[in-house]
Design a protein around this ligand. Structure first.
Ligand SMILES: *Cc1c(COP(=O)(O)O)cnc(C)c1O
Length: 466
């Protein structure tokens, strides 16, 4: 019986021949055979264990096609973010607007002026497309852009403090997202960390006493993902600038997030702005392109011309250079920053952050009114619920934004529904709070409503493999 079944399995050549042309175009014989072998092995095992008692060759063919389809599926795809965390590092940080995405597509699908000067017909410099804009917006004398802020930190340390000491307060030796720790970056860039002060208190005299002939840099790190409260003191940049210039040592601040739009009118706590740090006279400043700035992955390095010029001469810059996709997006995002109010209205990250709870409530009401009936046909009940969103991305760590969302009720367990939502073609990331399935609508746009509803229907009906 089992032997008969095993003998019924068609030969490789026949299976190859029976596959539709679609697969023969996408895969060469090596890949086709490898995948067919794999399915045949699984089939034989299932026959031997009695799991398969009968089959048609079309079943086998369908399994092979399923296997091949899977090979060219991408796990890197868009998701619907129901967490309310605006800068979600695991979900790709800053979202780019459709308008900007459309504007940069021709640069990707055509040749472009990345390093070409149309006036002279000669080689151009990729950094030049954006330097003037950054300087106008931030007030800096000069600017440079690299792959990300981690690269910016490395480059600054390597340029000014290779085999030299960098003085940093103990209260600022931060770790960001596990893989970026200030002391480790120091080591990697061949500079020596000189810790001063204590975790909660650092005074100007701590810096003064540590300066010696081998000091290359005074560094401040914005503690963007935590705050030390209580009996604390740190030294303001303005005091360090004086100390630095007295000793001819540049002061560098890693600002982390790079906020340009003042968010206090929207109810946020005060956060250092890029242009304020420049106005104070900080020599070199770096920040991320895809945190609060709201652009693509990038690291801005801005400040005094003489220092930025030295960084431009560092050979490492070539290894850290920004790619054309990110540069195009950063450039178009900068175009929105000449009026902060305009920026807050057009940059998705800022737009989501400044949404009031009332505005989010309106969005939720629209969702419930439009889809309540359709969802009820699947046994789903949705109701509005107060939520709290976060900025995320290690920015404004203490900020809790009053928000609004929906609570979904169904007979199935919340855990099962949550897992099924993640397994939808467009994965939907929902939260479980107090045993309730919750979607924060700060990070869900109206354009996503249809997909969200289809995903919920899929999740409660179990999906094809339930
Ligand atoms: C986020 C952050 C970094 C790392 O920036 P990336 O752009 O993610 O490389 C470095 N320093 C601080 C203070 C940060 O907040």
């Amino acid at each position: 019986m089992k032997n008969n079944l095993l003998r019924k399995i068609p030969k490789m050549d026949i299976l190859l021949n029976d596959l539709s042309d679609h697969y023969k175009l996408r895969f060469d014989n090596v890949h086709l055979k490898a995948n067919i072998e794999k399915v045949l092995d699984q089939f034989r095992l299932k026959i031997q264990s009695g799991q398969i008692e009968t089959f048609e060759s079309s079943d086998l063919l369908r399994q092979i096609e399923f296997e091949l389809d899977n090979k060219i599926q991408s796990t890197f795809k868009r998701v619907i973010n129901g967490t309310g965390i605006v800068l979600h590092t695991n979900l790709g940080r800053a979202v780019i607007s459709e308008a900007i995405a459309e504007e940069v597509i021709p640069l990707m699908t055509h040749y472009n002026t990345l390093e070409y000067d149309v006036e002279t017909g000669r080689r151009g410099i990729r950094y030049q497309h954006i330097e003037d804009k950054i300087c106008s917006i931030t007030g800096a004398e000069a600017a440079l852009i690299v792959n990300n802020n981690a690269a910016a930190v490395m480059l600054v340390l390597n340029t000014f403090a290779q085999n030299k000491e960098v003085i940093v307060s103990r209260g600022e030796l931060v770790e960001i997202g596990g893989s970026f720790r200030v002391p480790d970056v120091m080591k990697a860039s061949n500079s020596m960390l000189c810790e001063v002060g204590t975790t909660n208190k650092t005074h100007l005299k701590d810096y003064v006493n540590s300066i010696n002939e081998n000091t290359g840099l005074l560094m401040k790190v914005h503690t963007s993902n935590y705050k030390i409260l209580g009996f604390t003191s740190s030294v303001d940049a303005s005091e360090l600038i004086e100390l630095g210039s007295l000793n001819e040592i540049p002061l560098y601040e890693d600002l982390g997030s790079g906020l340009i739009v003042d968010l206090t009118p929207y109810g946020f706590a005060s956060e250092p702005l890029v242009q304020d740090a420049i106005a104070k006279g900080i020599d070199i400043l770096s920040f991320s392109g895809d945190k609060l700035f709201g652009g693509a992955q990038a690291g801005f390095i801005i400040g005094k011309k003489r220092y930025i010029d030295s960084i431009k001469k560092n050979q490492l810059l070539r290894a850290f250079r920004i790619d054309k996709f990110s540069l195009a997006i950063i450039d178009r995002t900068l175009n929105l920053y000449f009026n902060p109010i305009f920026a807050a209205q057009h940059i998705p990250t800022l737009k989501m952050l400044v949404l009031s709870q009332q505005e989010i409530k309106v969005k939720v009401s629209k969702f419930i009114e439009t889809y309540e009936h359709r969802l009820s046909l699947h046994g789903v009940k949705v109701s509005g619920v107060d939520t709290t969103s976060e900025v995320g991305g290690g920015a404004l760590p203490l900020e809790r934004l009053p928000s609004y969302g929906i609570c979904l009720k169904h007979d199935k367990s919340v855990n099962k529904v949550q897992i099924q939502l993640r397994n939808y073609a467009i994965p939907i990331i929902a939260m479980i709070i107090d045993d309730q399935l919750i979607f924060d609508f700060r990070t869900i746009s109206e354009y996503e409503f249809e997909d969200l509803v289809s995903g919920i229907e899929f999740a409660v009906s179990g999906g094809p493999h339930a």
